[in-house]
Write a protein that binds this ligand. Structure first.
Ligand SMILES: Cc1cc2nc3c(=O)[nH]c(=O)nc-3n(C[C@H](O)[C@H](O)[C@H](O)COP(=O)(O)OP(=O)(O)OC[C@H]3O[C@@H](n4cnc5c(N)ncnc54)[C@H](O)[C@@H]3O)c2cc1C
Length: 411
């Protein structure tokens, strides 16, 4: 088979892999997505994502009819004409310490699970395929899966998230994530309209804050409302996240009920309505503990036919909400650098390899700034006394490579 007929192998059906696959499908470039989960619905729950500087990139990657359906994934369809804002509260007195308008690119607050589902439309995806090994051949590359099957491709793009197996293959000595010393507990909670009304009055999508004395941090994010498309319930769903620094020497219990009790205790001195939002969490709520860590490359990529994208290429804390935006922009950078070459027959591989090195540079420059800013944002969230409007926690989200700055001072 000629090399140009071999597929681009995408490992992982997350936001980066699916955005890239949509582009390749549209351009009629052979591709195939392999995902370790058995189906798109395999993992319940999920979280809200703000798409801001990733939106223009997504628009260029997706077929127009799919992009026009993005609003179906909105976490709160009732707020469609309210752009919302970034609000940061003093959780002792309940007052907003910072309020920031959304970036010029606009913003869309989506449920990650719904966005992924929409992005699978029309794609060739094989489920229950966990990549375990990669083999490079003289003129191709082979993905080897846990079930013993293989697939030969032109390139492998590792879109397999922050614990990426592909990253381990291409950065064998430096692939490991670095721990950020903060405990994270997220609860997915059903709220009655009465319970959630005070939160929605603050912002229809999400807000954050820190208690100035305890430095315990809150991130509250609406995930679903009774009026959303396809929802016939009478309750709201939101994610309440409580985080605190390792310095406090308070470990997260393994038991969910004890974890709920702990976060209620840690937040009992918060002002209204923040305290009540945590008090309403039932003992049997769906609890998520996230080990906070980050990574960007510090050595060169070792294999010419294998690259990484999204969290696999630069994983960052969620305190600036930039990981998903970077994931989409990575796919766009790949399309821009490599797409036109993949469309041609008989392009010498050296040309593709050179374009991939430019792609590496694009995502390293942008991703590294985002990782560093997101780490700073995470640490600042737990240091109220030293928090200023220059902190990346509250500063405007700006693409690091677009404004020629470090990406934080776009206010
Ligand atoms: C609570 C929270 C809030 C967030 N908020 C925001 C926000 O507001 N804005 C924002 O931009 N970002 C946000 N993020 C970050 C964002 O969700 C991620 O950066 C983004 O989802 C990464 O996409 P990805 O495609 O790179 O990886 P993932 O979404 O992690 O997808 C990786 C896929 O690869 C699959 N996979 C893994 N290993 C293998 C394997 N060996 N073989 C085959 N398949 C494999 C996985 O099952 C998964 O489907 C948030 C994250 C969290 C946790």
């Amino acid at each position: 088979m000629p090399e140009s007929d071999l597929p681009i192998i995408i490992i992982g059906a997350g936001i980066s892999g699916l955005s890239l696959a949509q582009y390749l499908r549209r351009e009629k470039i052979p591709y195939h997505v392999f995902e370790r989960d058995p189906s798109i619905d395999a993992r319940p729950g999920g979280w809200g994502l703000t798409l801001h500087y990733g939106l223009p990139a997504l628009e260029e990657l997706l077929p127009p009819e799919l992009y026009s359906r993005l609003n179906e994934t909105n976490v709160n369809i009732e707020a469609v004409n309210d752009p919302g804002r970034y609000l940061f509260f003093d959780l002792k007195n309940g007052e907003a310490k910072y309020s920031l308008d959304f970036p010029k690119t606009g913003r869309l607050r989506v449920l990650r699970t719904k966005l992924r589902k929409l992005l699978t439309t029309g794609l060739d995806i094989t489920w229950s395929k966990k990549l375990v090994e990669v083999r490079e051949n003289p003129d191709s590359v082979t993905a080897i899966f846990e079930d013993g099957t293989t697939c030969e491709g032109r390139l492998i793009v590792g879109c397999d998230g922050s614990a990426s197996r592909v990253r381990k293959y291409v950065y064998p000595t430096t692939y490991e994530n670095q721990t950020v010393p903060v405990h994270f507990v997220g609860a997915t909670v059903r709220y009655t309209p009465e319970q959630i009304r005070p939160a929605l009055a603050l912002d229809p999508y999400f807000f954050q804050g820190t208690h100035p004395e305890t430095n315990v941090y809150l991130y509250f994010s609406v995930l679903n409302t009774p009026r959303n498309i396809g929802n016939d319930t009478d309750y709201y769903v939101a994610q309440a996240v409580v985080t605190w620094s390792y310095d406090k020497n308070i470990e997260i219990p393994e038991n969910d009920a004890e974890t709920v009790a702990l976060i209620k205790q840690l937040t009992s001195n918060w002002a209204s309505p923040f305290r009540e939002l945590i008090e309403a969490i039932p003992e049997d709520a769906e609890i998520r503990r996230i080990h906070i860590s980050d990574w960007y490359p510090t050595t060169s990529r070792e294999h010419e036919r294998v690259v990484v994208m999204g969290d696999a290429a630069h994983s960052m804390t969620m305190f600036r909400g930039e990981g998903g935006n970077n994931a989409v922009v990575d796919a766009h950078d790949f399309a821009k650098r490599v797409g036109h070459l993949l469309k041609q027959k008989d392009v010498p591989f050296e040309k593709i390899a050179a374009a991939l090195r430019q792609y590496d540079e694009d995502i390293l420059v942008r991703g590294r700034v985002s990782v560093i800013n997101s780490r700073r944002a995470c640490l600042d969230a737990h240091d109220y006394a030293n928090l200023t409007d220059q902190s990346p926690l509250v500063a405007r989200r700006v693409r690091a490579d677009c404004n020629g700055t470090n990406g934080t001072n776009g206010n």
